[in-house]
Design a protein around this ligand. Sequence first.
Ligand SMILES: Cc1cc2nc3c(=O)[nH]c(=O)nc-3n(C[C@H](O)[C@H](O)[C@H](O)COP(=O)(O)OP(=O)(O)OC[C@H]3O[C@@H](n4cnc5c(N)ncnc54)[C@H](O)[C@@H]3O)c2cc1C
Length: 587
Amino acid sequence: MPSYTAPVEDMMFLFEKLRDNKKYNELEKYKEVSSDLVKDILEEAAKINQNLILPLAKAGDENPAVLENGVVRTPPGYKEAYKKYIEDGWTSLSCDPKYGGQGMPKTVSAFFDEMLSSASLSFKLYSELSIGAYNCINHHATDELKEKYLPKIVEGKWSGTMCLTEPVCGTDLGLLKTKAEKQNDGTYKISGQKIFITSGDHDLTENIIHLVIARATDSPAGTKGISLFLVPKFTVNDDGNIGPRNGISTGSIESKMGIKGSATCVLNFDEATGYMIGKKDKGLNAMFTMMNLERIVVGIQGLGISEIAYQNSLAYAKERKQGKTNKTKSTNGADFIIEHADIRRSLLNMKSIIEGERALCFWLSQQTEVSLNHQDETARQEASDFVSLMTPVVKSLFTDLGMEITNDAMQIHGGYGYTKDQGIEQLYRDNRITPIYEGTNSVQAADLVFRKLSNKNGDIINKFIDLIKSETDLDNEKIKPFTKEFKYYLDILTKFSEWINEKKTTDKDDVSAAANDYLKTLGFVSVAYAWIKVLNVSFKDYDENKNFYEDKINTAKFYFDKVLPRAEQHYKSGISGSLNIMNFKFN
Ligand SMILES: Cc1cc2nc3c(=O)[nH]c(=O)nc-3n(C[C@H](O)[C@H](O)[C@H](O)COP(=O)(O)OP(=O)(O)OC[C@H]3O[C@@H](n4cnc5c(N)ncnc54)[C@H](O)[C@@H]3O)c2cc1C
């Protein structure tokens, strides 16, 4: 079984030294979230993840969730762990105190999300969608629905799901067939089949609150006729107590490559009572509140799995001896594989990506909080534009790099990585879903180039580039080698963005074919931007903690020398166009 130590020191470094967003620091509601409080939370979070949840990863992989006589049973140990998990209040960390939450900012809850993803993604998924459902209900439902459902979701006694996918409707939600028939009392009868529903049924909570998209019988075809409904597994009486079972049954659960402890269900809705959330035919807008926040969390899943893969690779490389290095001091026997240049390169590749991603994610968490809570509308809007620009990037880049890192981790472990001995191959299998669900990474890239670079508020990508420039024009001599290099790649990003904008008016296939490359260029440059922030602090406060900052500076150097150049390779590939691709004759 892989071991795991939560990276609390790095997280505290970010919280204390990189909380540099002036508008975030103006948010009254977080003024009392002190470093001491956050440290206490992270240390407790580390304990529960390292001790209680980590062993569930193997247990879930070896004993997947099963459907028995119409009831879904989670793997051994899940029920006990979930009970403790909710007793300790982990589901409510970032929820509104009005509904029993602890009101912590995303700058803190994102750290918890990362730890939980490292410990066991399967276990995490049982509460993850609950928080997504909480956000969606909180933003779009009536006060009556909020008061009835949110406290129990926040407490963790009820969980949530997101029901979009159907047999013929995956990426293209306009194809959905589930229908909603209005009743005289204003409720709807929901009928249809949803597939691949994460935590669609299980034995951890008393009730499951499904958020289901469906088409009202008098609504138009396509995405313009989709509404959103709250459909509980058990109906809920006016006094808040659980009533009779609703018309929902579990058809089957999927047998999967990874995240086997997570129940992925086929749900059949047969005239189930549902309550509309938000406006009729505007269901996708409401659902996007859930999906956008979820996409960032899926990116964090990739980061968390990368972290545990790195930690175990490093430990293994320090204990496995094979071959001799060019400068070996050993006269007989072999050197530890961590002495080999290529293994060192691979480890540094992981470390520089992971720490850069974590810093970028921390920047994004601050922006998210400003977008949701700042009193000034312009500040909210500007932050919201940056969040929507960066959401597909974080979702796709972090999960794709999660595949690279878990793959490299397996390689470092050699044959023992491929066999089940060390539990490394499970990390690869578990991560493999992350580039697929919550909108595939290709679809994220298309979303980025066609919808996120500019919007009604203007040219968002250029605003982002201006923001970066305003923060990287620095006098610090020591950081100049990094900023000089960084500006070169920032120019590439600018040129690539102009190319995309021009091609949008002349040849959309060129844009589609370049979308994945563009996302990567923007992603690698954004991670470098996060590293520049880290470097600023590292040089400024060097004497405070020499070892820590020396490590940061040298890790950043690797990122700038060996990882960031990929931004240019993607630029060159992207601007080569789509002619050959589109004209190629597949036999
Ligand atoms: C383990 C697991 C858990 C899941 N959990 C949930 C859940 O909780 N709720 C839920 O609703 N769904 C869930 N899903 C479904 C998941 O979100 C979908 O599988 C995913 O969105 C892709 O849809 P699809 O499988 O139908 O693939 P398709 O949409 O058929 O896509 C197939 C391929 O075509 C590409 N493609 C599709 N459209 C385009 C386009 N316009 N441009 C370019 N390329 C395109 C895709 O990128 C992909 O490579 C889950 C799936 C799995 C496997």
